[in-house]
Write a protein that binds this ligand. Structure first.
Ligand SMILES: C[S@@+](CC[C@H](N)C(=O)[O-])C[C@H]1O[C@@H](n2cnc3c(N)ncnc32)[C@H](O)[C@@H]1O
Length: 231
């Protein structure tokens, strides 16, 4: 599927509340230096280490970073890792750009659009960890094809992830939890690491909470923390 077709099929919000003057300014002044495009790249040709001004020891990818709290925390905690975040929602991008600016994060790169374009562009075996945290659940059955966890996207993830790389999926939606397990069940290229319920009910060490996880906690929704390993 071409990038153009992907773009046409993106379901979600690209714009929300009006941006403040400061956010507009940071988007104009900071975003160009920390973002990248894949428009003119051949599929499978992008070595993600080349996106950074240093040679990262590993490159991690966050799909749908929201306002970027989790990504910024990971970038701070792992300064030698390169973090790529994909998010088409402009208010979310403004949130992460603000954090990059205020915290002086040197190891973050933003793709301000649909993560599937990046998956298509990336070289195989190039990503050491993937975060998909509280993806839009699209709970109605007739919207199921909009859910990010799908066989096509798992194929793309399996191609770009290194052997042993973790795919961390967090969700507070029971439909999405069940959907994810059904999608993962036939896969031989991903292995679920949980041995018992406590392994997916309690966030493992280094799993930072996101804005959506905090919202879920307030409303007493149960979160599932699912870790799969690329075999
Ligand atoms: C429910 S929000 C969760 C945000 C954040 N991960 C959190 O937990 O706070 C889901 C986010 O995924 C983004 N998203 C949806 N489809 C996407 C895609 N194909 N590529 C990148 N981001 C996507 C949406 O724009 C939205 O910001």
């Amino acid at each position: 599927m071409s990038a153009r077709e992907y773009r046409e099929k993106f379901y979600g919000r690209r714009k929300g509340q009006k941006l403040s003057a400061r956010q507009e300014r940071l988007l104009k002044e900071v975003l160009p230096g920390v973002s990248f495009s894949v428009e003119n790249l051949d599929p499978g040709s992008l070595d993600p280490r080349t996106l950074f001004d240093f040679t990262p020891t590993r490159v991690w990818l966050e799909i749908g970073f929201g306002k970027g709290e989790h990504l910024a925390l990971q970038a701070q905690a792992h300064p030698r890792a390169g973090l790529i975040g994909c998010e088409p929602f402009i208010n979310g991008i403004a949130g992460l750009v603000t954090k990059i600016h205020e915290q002086g994060l040197h190891n973050v790169r933003i793709y301000p659009d649909d993560a599937r374009h990046v998956l298509e562009a990336l070289k195989h075996d190039s990503i050491g960890r993937v975060f998909l945290l509280h993806p839009d659940p699209w709970p109605k059955a007739r919207h199921a094809k909009r859910r990010f966890v799908s066989q096509a996207n798992l194929d793309a993830l399996a191609r770009v992830m290194k052997r042993g790389a973790e795919l961390r999926i967090g969700t507070d939606h029971p439909v999405y939890m069940a959907w994810t397990m059904v999608q993962m069940q036939p896969r031989t290229d991903f292995k679920w690491t949980a041995g018992r319920a406590a392994d997916w009910r309690i966030p493992p060490a280094g799993w930072y909470q996101t804005r959506y996880a905090a919202k879920a906690k307030k409303s007493d929704a149960k979160c599932a923390y699912l870790t799969f390993v690329r075999t």
